[in-house]
Design a protein. Structure first.
Length: 307
């Protein structure tokens, strides 16, 4: 195998154009013999895939990008090619290749979407969306749970700002996936910093529970803390306790110290877990009890709440 062919296979994950093979000296007859022997697999009339390439979303995405001249790979397709901490480790199993293109085609095995104002650049002959555009399309089109987790990771790793996402939301008003994008961006603007916090905000809104703010700095006996959600007037704090975040012993002890300091300051702290947030019955019971508690504390005199 020549150096030029090795470079092509390495850069494109084993997917190349037939014309590129001809340009590096592999003739039509030789290519035909290699196709028959299984060295290459034909994907349309213009693209071939080397036997060493694994079938899957990445290969399908590169094939789509080469076959659709001028289209932009985005969403899961671009995320596999353009690494980013917000989606690191995700395989996007079960998703189709996604391209930004002016026209959709029901006969193609990939998904074409509209994205006015999408930004991209060329990587190894493929037009790939920028990190911001990829993120917007992931938030628009992935199932809610996946999209919320990626939104939280994007916030933590500062992939983009909630304000820039809000501008994209306004620009995409009326487009496919825009309502979900708007909900996620609203949660981020409200202060949600992780996928579970986004889901917690959604749960509070769905139950029409008001009077809360997220990740606001509050002084508890002189110590400044930022609980996940606080009801300032009722002196109630809601803290999400995830298994991953509290796996380290030091973090577990630090979090217990936070709760102790809040309680010493006469605040009521309500820790919730993954089961409470994501199990329908447990979430409904928690939200119902929270509404009753808020009503009781609002009805009490301020001095009674403060102790």
């Amino acid at each position: 195998m020549g150096e030029d062919l090795e470079r092509l296979l390495r850069e494109r994950g084993g997917v190349v154009l037939r014309d590129e093979l001809l340009a590096i000296g592999i003739g039509q007859d030789q290519l035909y013999r290699q196709l028959r022997s299984g060295v290459w697999r034909a994907r349309g009339r213009k693209v071939v895939v080397h036997a060493t390439a694994r079938e899957g979303l990445l290969t399908d995405s590169i094939v789509a990008g080469l076959l659709c001249s001028g289209a932009i790979l985005t969403g899961p397709s671009a995320a596999l090619i353009r690494p980013n901490p917000a989606w690191a480790g995700r395989t996007f199993r079960g998703h189709r290749a996604m391209l930004i293109a002016p026209r959709s085609s029901k006969t193609r095995p990939w998904l074409t979407v509209r994205h006015p104002g999408a930004q991209s650049d060329v990587v190894h002959g493929l037009r790939i969306a920028t990190a911001h555009t990829i993120l917007v399309d992931l938030l628009r089109f992935l199932p809610w749970s996946e999209a919320a987790a990626i939104a939280g990771a994007a916030h933590q790793h500062r992939v983009t700002s909630p304000e820039k996402l809000e501008a994209s939301t306004n620009f995409l008003r009326g487009a496919a996936g825009a309502p979900q994008l708007k909900r996620l961006v609203r949660a981020m603007l409200d202060g949600a910093e992780s996928g579970p916090e986004i889901d917690l905000h959604e749960a509070l809104r769905s139950a029409q529970i008001r009077g809360w703010v997220a990740n606001r700095t509050v002084s508890f006996g002189g110590r400044l803390l930022r609980p996940d959600v606080v009801f300032p007037n009722e002196r109630i704090a809601v803290e999400y306790d995830g298994m991953t975040a509290h796996a380290a012993e030091s973090i577990f002890h630090t979090d217990r110290d936070r709760i102790r300091d809040m309680q010493f300051s006469q605040w009521l702290v309500l820790p919730i877990t993954k089961r409470t947030l994501y199990a329908d019955v447990a979430r409904r019971d928690f939200l119902g009890a929270l509404q009753v508690l808020i009503g009781q504390r609002r009805a009490a005199a301020p001095c009674d709440i403060a102790g």
